[in-house]
Design a protein around this ligand. Structure first.
Ligand code: 5GP
Ligand code: MN
Ligand code: MN
Length: 471
């Protein structure tokens, strides 16, 4: 296989020199064999957008997405650059949170079935599933404007949790008045719900630790039981993305008239629409952080009641978001709006955005694999800050589209395979089980090896699945 225009620059580094309307080069950090041509076309399209700085980047888990590829990173100048809902994704602040259980792992293993069942019963899962929690509109406003800070005040966790969430789970620059009534209606009963398909809660075992010192700062060691929560902003974020794509289409026709793909619809960051989307997106991001916090509370209750154990937060990362950050570019400090779509922030040691606990190590990075393979925790690096606007991969990345997976695999096959590995599963939808089959994803070990070798995040520990709750 050979993709036209893709030149090898180093091991796992490929460059597509700017041609046509591209303003910058595109850089793909991946195993060549796994790069799909459609996603490359998308990355080249991203490189044509106004104000893009340095290059458009793809992580090793790159695959096709709405407008921007998933596994894509692009930074735009704050003054003359743009912000694009397609560069964030419909599930604004979809992300992953890792928890660790304090106590004997054998007891957890013995009670695995009851634990999975209790979690499945306490966290609403599935498409459009609502929760029993009810918040007044005023509290809802505070939650989306203050994120985790507000839900902790309401009793869903402790102050210490805040330090172990990207940006303390609270993004400023948001105003509820930029959110539509429809978004509020869709979001109000979905706080504390998991959602469907790719979203999951997984109980895991720390099988291998590569750096004990850093692992101990993260609060984990070999043999520990960890839990991953993967979910985002539910219908709330989806509606905000939908709304702003429409607003930009209706109001910024002239600005968007030369787009290579209409899904790249965007607004100048400093414009009224750009600022309004940024504010609404931050509301959705706060919602997602709060959602994962409330689910954590439910999981803590489940562990307390089934095995009497405490559950600590390790870290929480966003992987669909756009953020204002400062980088040295061509010898001068510049503010940019970094779009990470299916990409994880990977700040290194000393970064001013990190709390004291992670100042020496760099931030934790979580890369899930699939329900039948490993998942990893890594640490961010200075190299990532220099090379990829402080970004790394966010998962194994899909190898098969949802439809392809359904065509090629059966529920029974997937269940048998999980059973043969001793992995317990409770899932809401059979369709979801097939779409989420381990075979539907690329090889996570390879993705992690690549980011580790490139140095844009370094392996700290490997976790294997024991049981999973799927939407
Ligand atoms: P996304 O946010 O792109 O839907 O998913 C992020 C990553 O999660 C995927 O690329 C995939 O590697 C991983 N993933 C999907 N389902 C599961 C699961 O059930 N368990 C684990 N550990 N990882 C999963
Ligand atoms: Mn999601
Ligand atoms: Mn996600």
């Amino acid at each position: 296989m050979s993709i036209p225009g893709v030149e090898k620059e180093g091991k796992y580094i490929y460059r597509i020199k700017k041609t046509g309307n591209m303003r910058v080069d595109a850089i793909v950090l991946a195993d060549y064999e796994t790069i799909d041509e459609e996603a490359i076309e998308q990355l080249k399209n991203v490189a044509t957008l106004p104000g893009i700085v340095k290059a458009a980047y793809a992580m090793p888990d790159i695959h096709w997405g709405y407008g921007f590829p998933i596994g894509g990173v692009a930074a735009f100048d704050l003054e003359d650059g743009i912000i694009s809902p397609g560069g964030v994704g419909f599930d604004i602040n979809c992300g992953v949170r890792m928890l660790v259980v304090d106590g004997n792992s054998d007891i957890v293993k013995k009670n695995l079935e009851s634990l999975i069942k209790r979690i499945y019963e306490s966290v609403p899962v599935g498409v459009g599933e609502t929760s029993d929690l009810r918040f007044s509109k005023n509290d809802f406003k505070k939650i989306v404007e203050q994120g985790v800070r507000k839900v902790i005040e309401m009793g869903y966790g402790t102050e210490e949790d805040l330090l172990r969430i990207e940006d303390r789970g609270t993004l400023e620059d948001c105003d509820f008045s930029d959110v539509s009534e429809e978004a509020y209606e869709r979001g109000k009963d979905e706080l504390g719900t998991l959602g469907a398909g790719n979203h999951f809660i997984e109980i895991q075992l720390v099988e291998e630790v590569y750096d004990e010192e850093i692992a101990s700062v993260f609060g984990i060691k070999k043999g520990d039981i960890t839990i991953l929560i993967h979910t985002g902003s539910r219908g709330f974020g989806h509606q905000i993305a939908t709304d702003y794509i429409k607003y930009m289409r209706d109001n910024l026709k002239d600005h968007n008239k030369n787009l290579p793909d209409k899904q790249l619809i965007n607004a100048p960051f400093k414009s009224e629409w750009g600022q309004a989307y940024y504010s609404a997106m931050n509301c959705a991001a706060n919602y997602a952080f709060a959602n994962r916090q409330i689910i954590t509370h439910m999981i803590r209750k489940a562990f307390k009641s089934v095995v009497g154990m405490n559950v600590r937060l390790v870290y929480d990362v966003a992987h669909n978001i756009a953020k204002v950050e400062e980088y040295e570019i061509d010898g001068r400090k510049r503010k940019v709006i970094v779009h990470r779509k299916g990409a994880t922030r990977a700040f290194g040691p000393g970064n001013a955005a990190l709390p004291e606990i992670f100042k020496k190590t760099g931030q934790p990075v979580i890369i899930p694999g699939s329900m039948g393979t490993a998942s990893y925790i890594l640490v961010g690096t200075k190299k990532a800050e220099e090379m990829t606007f402080g970004s790394t991969a966010h998962g194994a990345g899909r190898a098969l589209g949802r439809r392809e997976a359904t065509r090629e695999l059966t529920v029974n096959h997937v269940l048998k395979e999980l059973e043969s590995k001793g992995i317990k599963i409770m899932a809401k939808s059979k369709k979801g089980i097939v779409e989420e089959a381990p075979e539907a994803y690329k090889n996570v070990d390879k993705v992690v090896q690549i980011v580790d070798e490139l140095g844009i995040s370094l392996k700290i520990a490997k976790c294997i699945p024991l049981g999973v709750v799927k939407g």
